[in-house]
Design a protein around this ligand. Sequence first.
Ligand SMILES: NC(=O)c1ccc[n+]([C@@H]2O[C@H](COP(=O)([O-])OP(=O)(O)OC[C@H]3O[C@@H](n4cnc5c(N)ncnc54)[C@H](O)[C@@H]3O)[C@@H](O)[C@H]2O)c1
Length: 279
Amino acid sequence: MVLSGTQLDGVALVVGSGRGIGQQTAFTLAEAGARVVVFADKDIDPAKESAEESKLYATHPEYQATHFTVNVIDEQGVQEMVDFVVNKFGRIDYAVNGAGIDSGIHKPMADTDIESYDRIQQINSRGMMLCCRAEAAAMRKQSSRSFTTRIGTRDIGRGAIVNIASANSFVGLLGKASYTISKHACLAITKMTGLDHSPEGIRCNAVCPAWVRTPMLDAEFAKNPEVRAQIEAMSPLKRPAECDEVADTVVYLLSPSASFINASHVVIDAALTATVRMH
Ligand SMILES: NC(=O)c1ccc[n+]([C@@H]2O[C@H](COP(=O)([O-])OP(=O)(O)OC[C@H]3O[C@@H](n4cnc5c(N)ncnc54)[C@H](O)[C@@H]3O)[C@@H](O)[C@H]2O)c1
């Protein structure tokens, strides 16, 4: 059975869609019926190739895909990205903010490298804030849409945003202060965007995944099989998440089915953050 409320038809912008979770989310948006998907990333070639690949999965008869180069640390660049989508396609119905980094370094707070700390905050939290700010500013200028169900017609607002946060938005990981702090900030950015813009019919939510099997994680598994064994031992479902499991939740939160969910989050971690480990 397909829920009609998860069928999309509007214009999507996915930031950080050259690879990984962002890329798969953009593909799922195309599959779910989006009329346009804009693949934004700091790396032009992967964004361009992903936009091309999305045409294989798209279901909207007039589907269009394009790419845009953006570095989310650049305030003007983020504004230009949003202006590009609005000028070319008229509006932004769905925005996903998935550009993010992790330094890979494990060090206790006392040994935190400030340059690395600043860079992580600049991309993961300030960059996300810049994206939400520009997207909400564009969405509030566009008309509201409605959705008809078997019991009537409801207002689904002017647009929806989903931020890719993390299980680290709730819990710490030894030696990962910079990343954990940045991901806690993602939740605050999500709450404040959703709260401040609720009167204008703009929703903003977050997904909080743990251990997603991206090509990067697969490469890590190949280099160091112990990492896979550790994840399998610690994950309550004994495996990492697949990228499209995260993508499905993002697309649900953007869809008319989620029209009353705002300033909230979905944890996608197989109960990892609900677990107290005894051994
Ligand atoms: N993979 C996981 O296990 C996992 C778990 C929890 C949360 N997350 C979060 O999900 C998001 C995506 O992670 P991923 O694993 O798919 O990462 P990834 O590295 O595979 O993909 C990230 C994408 O963002 C782009 N990007 C990075 N910095 C950018 C910048 N400054 N401006 C524009 N684009 C930029 C990259 O080019 C890349 O295409 C991140 O925010 C990450 O913290 C990932």
